[in-house]
Design a protein around this ligand. Structure first.
Ligand SMILES: O=C(O)CCC(=O)C(=O)O
Ligand SMILES: [Fe+2]
Length: 273
């Protein structure tokens, strides 16, 4: 079974090469195992859930639950990769406009990815907005978002680790509409505290958790400064919470303060399930 490339968390240069070659990369031990365990517990106690496939829940809007999640979203290597992949130009010479460097990437969402024991295989997809584009047209050859999947409990085939297709970022079309295994897929195995960085040009799908424990991850999704609220299930950080965040996390989420909060979609709280 082929594996994804795994690198020390500080090695941004080689991580970019791995992303260029395969589409995604694992940064190992980007936070400590103890921090991962603490955050896994906080995902389990977070109240706002949106259902996924059977046995699977998105635990939405984690910064509103606990500001300790800002440790993930402001991780310097992940930010550097996101900035490189989707940030604006930093040279002023050939552009008639520029955008402040510190505002070139923004956070779309910070959600827990909770695959309970017995969860089903997820569907192969590209993250928003690629799946909303015209499927009869080529997928852009540049990303319009970068996801980071923080591994908080062990990711193995048995626990339902995310599956991903190396090289799919160069295919320029959507994956087949299936949740079956695809030839050439890799299972994104990793230990708690590691993070998979994956631009939204990469085919991927959740695995099925056949273990006895929940599989817990956090997805922090970064967008370029020229992209707005992609879906109504991206929930904004609350203003009172935003005021308590670090300046780095504030810069990444400030745009969300303008998002309408009247719409709550299929959001439920755990005592309403
Ligand atoms: O939970 C997983 O393994 C995948 C989740 C996913 O694809 C996503 O949140 O975009
Ligand atoms: Fe996804």
């Amino acid at each position: 079974m082929p594996a994804m490339q795994a690198l020390p968390a500080h090695d941004v240069e080689r991580a970019l090469q791995a992303i260029e070659m395969d589409g995604f990369v694992l940064l190992e031990d980007a936070i400590s195992a103890a921090e991962a365990a603490e955050l896994a517990g906080l995902v389990l106690s977070a109240p706002d859930r949106a259902p996924g496939i059977r046995g699977y829940e998105f635990v939405v809007s984690l910064l509103n639950h606990d500001s300790r999640f800002e440790k993930l979203v402001t991780h310097p290597s992940v930010l550097e990769l996101a900035r490189h992949l989707i940030g604006g130009r930093t040279d002023t010479a050939s552009q008639h406009f520029t955008w402040p460097v510190e505002d070139q990437i923004r956070l779309g969402s910070v959600d827990g990815l909770l695959a309970h024991p017995g969860s089903e295989f997820g569907h192969w997809h590209l993250d928003s907005p690629m799946g909303q584009l015209n499927p009869a047209r080529p997928v852009p050859d540049f990303p319009i978002g970068v996801n980071s999947f923080w591994i908080l409990t062990p990711f193995t085939k048995e626990t339902g680790a995310t599956r991903a297709m190396p090289g799919s970022h160069k295919l320029r079309h959507l994956p087949p509409a299936t949740n079956d295994s695809l030839a050439g897929e890799v299972v994104c195995c990793g230990t708690p505290g590691s993070v998979v960085v994956m631009p939204n040009t990469v085919w991927h799908a959740a695995g099925s958790n056949v273990s006895k424990k929940p599989r817990i991850a956090v997805a922090a999704f970064y967008q370029p400064w020229w992209v707005g609220r992609l879906t109504m299930d991206m929930y904004p950080v609350r203003r009172d919470v935003w005021k308590t965040l670090s300046s780095g996390a504030q810069a990444l989420t400030k745009h969300q303060l303008g998002w309408n909060t009247d719409f709550h979609g299929a959001l439920t709280t755990s005592d309403e399930k």
